[in-house]
Ligand binder design. Structure first.
Ligand SMILES: [Zn+2]
Ligand SMILES: [Zn+2]
Ligand SMILES: [Zn+2]
Length: 99
């Protein structure tokens, strides 16, 4: 994906700071930190699906559900917590830990 320009990032950041519902459906939010507005997001080495902000070190989880293909984002309140493992899971209720 193309790196985001600052204006777009700022707009999305402002919007999703107020409306966390929907972060999962916004591909750009995979590269924007919801804490400090940074667009310097790195994958965490050795931990699948986990990302960290290079600026403030805030970590979040983002991945595609293996069952329905929807994106799961740990910052989105619509993604429930798995009763088994406590991780943020897809709106369809599928968790990777069930396998
Ligand atoms: Zn940050
Ligand atoms: Zn799903
Ligand atoms: Zn689980």
């Amino acid at each position: 994906m193309e790196p985001l320009d600052k204006d777009t990032a700022k707009k999305l950041y402002k919007y999703y700071r107020q409306n966390r519902d929907g972060i999962r459906n916004c591909p750009e939010m995979g590269t924007i930190c919801l804490i400090c507005e940074s667009i310097n997001i790195d994958p965490v080495e050795g931990v699948p699906n986990q990302f960290v902000c290079r600026n403030c070190r805030f970590k979040f989880i983002r991945y595609q559900c293996s069952a329905c293909g929807s994106t799961v984002d740990s910052r989105d309140p619509r993604n429930p917590l798995c009763e088994e493992c406590g991780l943020r899971i897809c709106t369809c209720g599928t968790c990777e830990c069930e396998k």
